[in-house]
Design a binder for this molecule. Structure first.
Ligand SMILES: Cc1cc2nc3c(=O)[nH]c(=O)nc-3n(C[C@H](O)[C@H](O)[C@H](O)COP(=O)(O)O)c2cc1C
Length: 456
């Protein structure tokens, strides 16, 4: 088969010290202290050795809502380095790989996010990305002055305005505004600095930002919303969309819908990259890969699996036993797409609550790529060629072995098939993703901004 002209996007998604709740106990996993920066530096350098596009740091701002001492004690969710801080350190430990950090629009202010990611983009030489999340759990709400999570659609309404303000703050300095002319004694060109004076339903922000325009113009925007409101936000504002799909059919439906929605906003659909999240386990035979998955799963206490399922579904299932079937459920106020995918999986495969919990605790509703290097490469190729994905966000099941196996055994196959690049093509993440640098909103529309009032 001819090599396609478009190349696959590959990211590695690192949540806690591993994506799998049993990963920290797996015998061949390195002993994990998730406060040890060297763990993350090794992972990022391994992904960079494989020429992967990005290191993607998931996050939440609270202890997950895992009730019950035993379930709680079994998780390695205990301790999470703040992602932009972590990625600033990774920026100086790596040279090419993109660095994507998660931050919530529900528990932040646009000015501080714009500043943080602009700084990260400058520090990394244009390799920063922001995974925009609206947050989905009450445990986070309780750390930010609320008892319960804000209403789903209200979170997205805030997010829409939030992202626009952040992008305009990044544009508040035009390119070349820092002239640093020693002879003329002019450090900046005041004509190229703009005040937003934004006043919307959620935010009042004057600007300008106190950091110059990021090297990428705008750091890469990533989004994982799967509900109607989430897809609308992604289609309008995101460069890359991260999703959970547990079959090629589901992936294709999502992919086609997102490309159509992006076109509906007047965007080039090729500039909205869809990367489903997949779990990863590579072994020399498929049987060994499946066995390794089972061994890992046996390290996860049933109580933790059941609690995780309830969290993802947004309901209390304590009235039901593990052998019961899932009852009809109301739409959650948390992550709606993931909830609907999980319910569909239970119905399609006729799973009990116990069986469903074992699936969900590992992968939410993502697909599991387990097999030989050739089989894993085949699956990636199939989804890529069949319109299910522009690439993948790989969640290694244990660290660092599962990522090393992919880099050393699967990537060379993808490269040989012409599906994945053999070196970084550009300097910035945007260049390496094949995405254009956005024009500055104030340059193309001078009516948008005002001269900063501090100069009046
Ligand atoms: C694969 C995947 C990974 C996610 N990772 C995070 C994360 O790290 N932090 C977070 O707050 N939300 C995360 N989410 C949740 C989404 O950001 C989003 O809040 C949720 O899917 C709700 O969106 P929806 O109601 O539009 O479906 C993730 C979702 C998916 C599908």
């Amino acid at each position: 088969m001819a090599a396609p002209s478009r190349k696959m996007i590959l990211a590695t998604f690192i949540h806690n010290s591993g994506a799998h709740p049993g990963g920290w106990r797996y015998p061949s996993a390195a002993p994990v202290d998730q406060h040890d920066f060297r763990v993350y530096a090794h992972l990022a350098q391994t992904a960079e050795r494989g020429k992967m596009h990005c290191y993607f740091s998931g996050d939440s701002q609270g202890y997950p809502h895992i009730k019950g001492r035993d379930a709680f004690a079994a998780t390695d969710y205990a301790g999470k380095l703040e992602p932009t801080t972590l990625l600033a350190a990774l920026a100086v430990s790596t040279r090419h790989i993109g660095l994507i950090a998660t931050a919530s629009t529900t528990y932040n202010e646009p000015y501080s996010i714009a500043r943080r990611y602009a700084s990260l983009d400058h520090i990394s030489g244009g390799r920063a990305g922001w995974n925009v999340v609206t947050s989905a759990s009450d445990s986070e709400a309780r750390n930010f002055g609320r008892d319960l999570l804000m209403d789903h659609d209200a979170r997205y309404a805030r997010a829409e305005e939030f992202v626009d303000v952040v992008k305009n703050l990044w544009d508040s300095w035009e390119d070349g505004a820092h002239i640093r002319d020693r002879d003329a004694g002019r450090y900046i060109d005041p004509d190229r600095v703009h005040q937003l004076d934004h006043e919307g339903p959620h935010f009042k922000v004057a600007g300008p930002l106190n950091v110059g325009r990021p090297p990428q113009g705008h750091p890469i925007i990533v989004q994982a919303g799967g509900s109607g409101a989430g897809r609308a936000l992604s289609a309008r504002t995101a460069d890359m969309v991260f999703t959970a799909a547990n079959s090629l059919d589901a992936a294709k439906t999502f992919y086609a819908d997102m490309k159509r929605r992006a076109a509906g906003f007047g965007r080039n659909p090729d500039h909205v990259l869809i990367i489903p999240s997949v779990q990863l386990m590579v072994r020399s035979t498929e049987k060994e890969a499946r066995q390794a998955e089972e061994e890992l799963l046996d390290l996860v206490p049933t109580a933790l699996a059941l609690r995780t399922l309830q969290l993802q579904l947004g309901v209390d299932l304590s009235a039901y036993g593990p052998n019961d079937k899932l009852p009809d459920l109301p739409l959650t106020n948390g992550g709606q797409w993931v909830q609907q995918q999980i319910i569909k999986m239970a119905r399609d495969e006729d799973l009990t609550i116990g069986q469903l919990a074992r699936r969900v605790v590992v992968s939410r509703a993502s697909y599991s790529l387990a097999g030989t290097p050739e089989q894993v490469a085949d699956m990636c190729e199939l989804w890529f060629r069949e319109g299910g994905a522009d690439g993948f966000s790989l969640s290694p099941n244990y660290m660092p072995g599962a990522l090393e196996d992919f880099v050393d055994q699967v990537i060379p196959i993808l490269q040989k098939r012409g599906l994945f690049r053999t070196d970084y093509e550009g300097e910035t993440l945007r260049e390496n993703l094949g995405l254009p640098r956005p024009p500055n909103a104030f340059t193309i529309n001078p009516a948008l901004g005002r001269e900063p009032s501090m100069w009046a």
